[in-house]
Design a protein around this ligand. Structure first.
Ligand SMILES: N[C@@H](CCC[C@H](N)C(=O)O)C(=O)O
Length: 280
């Protein structure tokens, strides 16, 4: 199987051309492929597939083998991958995902791909959409969650996938390896959740650390950055345009009045190779 290793701010993926490779075998072996000791190593596997609803279809498999409806850093890498491979020849494209049609745009300056801007669709705070237990039509603001004998106040946000956003004074002081898995599997979230801890640096600047559903600690999460910007905006902590700083760089997030969210950030190619799936 031929693959390309890519990353968005250190959130890394194995990209596979499902037009040519055996997609079912890739999905079946995703967990092994993501193993950092026994496989290629990545936070997820992303497949490019034909679509009858958009220019191309994206499937995302987390490093534990579960399928994710959407991936923000992943879709920027995906857009760069399908564009540079000639699978899609337009810089503005539509991508079918399990969370709906997303619209990435490749930003080229002086013949160099500088960034990818993505129309990430609409956010929702409704408990039925995230999903979160409780009154389905209520917004998931000020939820009380507990982990390791500490109570946190969380905001639940759907960006097509579930997020639990928690504001703290010092993001580096959070024992994420310990509280992350507890909150990921908290009974309030029937489909589990991604967990973002946020330190507010200013009205237009957030600092974020993330524990991802199905992956654990990752260096960045695009949907998580969008969800965090939405939570900060809804709580009046930040404006509608914010920079979200992750471990190795920043994402720019813009929220429109119609609840549409735009994310802009880098997508880097690292290397390509081939692997014998039967040998894993
Ligand atoms: N890294 C991603 C999110 C990937 C999916 C997530 N782990 C889930 O299961 O919802 C991003 O950049 O958004």
């Amino acid at each position: 199987m031929y693959f390309t290793k890519m990353h968005g701010l250190g959130n890394d993926f194995i990209l596979v051309n499902g037009f040519r490779e055996d997609a079912a075998a890739v999905v079946k072996n995703a967990k092994k492929l993501c193993d950092r000791h026994l496989g290629i190593g990545a936070d997820g596997v992303i497949l490019a597939l034909p679509s009858d609803k958009a220019d191309v279809k994206m499937r995302v498999i987390n490093s534990d083998g579960s399928e994710a409806p959407m991936c923000g850093n992943g879709i920027r890498c995906f857009a760069r991958y399908v564009f540079t491979r000639g699978i899609v020849s337009k810089t503005k494209m539509s991508v079918e995902t399990l969370a709906g049609i997303m619209k990435p745009e490749i930003i080229i300056i002086d013949d160099v791909i500088e960034a990818v801007k993505v129309d990430m669709g609409h956010y929702s705070l409704l408990k039925k959409d995230v999903p979160i237990m409780g009154s389905p039509d209520e917004e998931a603001l000020d939820l009380e969650v507990e982990a390791q004998d500490r109570k946190y106040i969380a905001t639940g946000v759907s960006m097509g996938n579930p997020h639990c956003v928690i504001f703290v004074d010092n993001v580096d002081g959070v024992p994420l390896e310990k509280v992350g898995p507890i909150l990921e599997n908290h009974p309030l979230f029937p489909k589990k959740t991604n967990v973002e801890f946020i330190e507010v640096k200013g009205k237009d600047h957030l600092k974020m650390r993330v524990w991802e559903r199905g992956c654990g600690l990752t260096l960045a999460c695009g949907t998580g950055a969008c969800a965090s910007a939405v939570a900060a905006y809804k709580k009046g902590i930040a404006g509608n345009k914010v920079k979200v700083s992750l471990t190795v760089g920043d994402l720019m997030i813009e929220i429109q009045d119609d609840r549409r969210v735009f994310m802009t950030g880098p997508a880097k190619e690292v290397y390509s190779g081939d692997i014998i799936l039967a040998g894993l």
